[in-house]
Design a protein around this ligand. Structure first.
Ligand SMILES: C[S@@+](CC[C@H](N)C(=O)[O-])C[C@H]1O[C@@H](n2cnc3c(N)ncnc32)[C@H](O)[C@@H]1O
Length: 218
């Protein structure tokens, strides 16, 4: 079953900024900036848009954006931040759009939560126009054996405590590092994308704690 983000929506942004020391904003910005090799404005679908931070970034470049998410509470915050975007409650695994509809499909820190990963990725690919670009941001454990012990200490010990104190949910922030550890990263995630039908490239940000995967649809 999908994790219910309604329960943490109110504290989601504050926790994100704190946990990543604001880096999450930089990671999204960088991913969107790279789309500039395309000609803005672009018709964009932001899958698992949550509280709308990616929507905001895309709109700064004049993109027309549709944000979809399962959580009404998360999207309520997105609606306040970027009221001129279009929002829909929709499951990434069954997107309510025609084939080949969008120039760009983005998903920031969302694919890790899909119940059926390949089904969700396949849907994102289906609604992308040929020549269009799919951009996925996801958290991962760092590869470096030097960095990893610090990362583990931070994510397994400190983040659940911060979650308890600041968001009243130790459970949600225990789920977070566990879901990151279980999720395929690097060449394993690229193999999943290839199985779904698209070749992608990977870029590591901040010691590989954030990975950007970019694919162009044939
Ligand atoms: C970690 S948040 C990421 C939110 C936002 N993209 C960001 O950059 O902060 C994950 C989001 O994925 C949504 N989500 C999880 N599974 C989904 C699915 N199958 N379809 C649509 N949204 C989903 C959750 O409701 C939640 O808002």
């Amino acid at each position: 079953m999908a994790y219910d983000f309604d329960t943490i929506a109110r504290d989601y942004d504050r926790m994100n900024r704190l946990m990543t020391l604001g880096l999450d904003c930089r990671w999204r910005k960088r991913a969107v900036r790279e789309l500039s090799t395309f000609h803005f404005p672009l018709s964009t679908l932001d899958v698992a848009c949550g509280t709308g931070d990616m929507v905001v970034e895309l709109m700064k470049h004049g993109c027309t954006v549709i944000g979809v998410d399962l959580s009404e509470e998360m999207m309520a915050i997105a609606r306040q931040k970027a009221p001129t975007a279009t929002y829909m409650i929709a499951d990434a695994e069954h997107l309510p759009f025609e084939d080949n509809s969008f120039d760009v499909v983005t998903c920031a820190f969302g694919v890790r939560n899909f119940v059926h990963l390949e089904q969700g990725l396949g849907e994102m690919l289906r609604v992308l126009k040929p020549g269009g670009r799919m951009v996925i941001l996801e958290l991962a454990t760092p590869d470096s054996v030097v960095v990893r012990p610090f990362y583990n200490l931070y994510t397994r010990r400190l983040i659940p405590l911060l979650g308890k104190w600041l968001a009243g949910s130790r459970e949600a922030y225990t789920y977070l590092p566990r879901s990151i550890e279980r999720f395929p990263k690097g060449k394993d995630f690229l193999a999943v994308l290839e199985h779904v039908g698209v070749r992608a490239s990977e870029r590591k940000m901040t010691f590989g704690v954030c990975r950007e995967y970019v694919a162009v649809k044939d």
